[in-house]
Design a protein around this ligand. Sequence first.
Ligand SMILES: Nc1ncnc2c1ncn2[C@@H]1O[C@H](COP(=O)(O)OP(=O)(O)OP(=O)(O)O)[C@@H](O)[C@H]1O
Length: 273
Amino acid sequence: MSLLSLRGVRFAFPGWPPTVEGADLEVAQGAFHCLVGRSGCGKTTLLKLAAGLLHPDAGEVVFRGRRRDAIGTDIGFVFQSPNLLEWQRVIDNVLLPVSLHHRPTAEETAQALQWLEQLGLAAHARKYPRQLSGGQQSRVALARALILRPALLLLDEPFAALDAITREELQRDLLQMCGTLGTTVLFVTHDIAEAVYLADRIDVVEGGRIVQEIAVGLPQRTPATRTSAAFAQACAGVRAALHLEEPVIPAQAGIQDALGARLRGHDGRRVVQ
Ligand SMILES: Nc1ncnc2c1ncn2[C@@H]1O[C@H](COP(=O)(O)OP(=O)(O)OP(=O)(O)O)[C@@H](O)[C@H]1O
């Protein structure tokens, strides 16, 4: 059953042609979807429509069987920038969504500390955001988004500013936490490998609508997933859907062979490129 549906959604910023037009999207309960597409194709706008931050001019956004009119506490949002409150300690940043309603109970504080522990931040709970690395700040933003156990988590390129190693660690943490909580996820990214690693379905966005849905049938994610043939094949499928040229590296050859071919040049001479 769908948790979130966009049906024939159209949206235009005032005075501009539609950014989103004829968008249809179904996200099943517990699913992990990634939206990929070229810059400016409307991914963030679709996410904001899904959140109820923007309202469609035509069509409808249905969440849990009801038309979505406004953002509620059943949705968590993580942006590219962690957007933490600089004057609040880490633990208070995580508890912010709770504090907006009432003074956090001992139980809620214990829950926040447990999230921080799971994300490797137990020792940093009393620090301020400026005393954390970029990756640690992103983890705090993730814990804050999950503290109210939202049914749907929306993420807009949350790891784009991080180095590759930290990004991979956060991808693993995100899968783990959402798996534990049974959270449904809609995740915007430019990074094809990130989408293939995270998603069970990739929705390709073009001209403000979903033009292709790609099921990613990878088994349980492990560190070996990223180097598997199935992973490379899935990435190639998404590249094709985005009309990107394939890299020249032959799929079956080892990296040394591929590098050797590039270094040797057409006539077999060794050349430096
Ligand atoms: N407030 C606004 N007023 C007018 N046009 C806007 C506004 N915000 C976004 N747009 C336009 O809507 C289109 C889609 O923007 P959106 O941010 O959804 O794209 P995106 O796919 O998320 O892009 P990127 O990958 O670069 O973040 C773009 O052409 C953008 O210029």
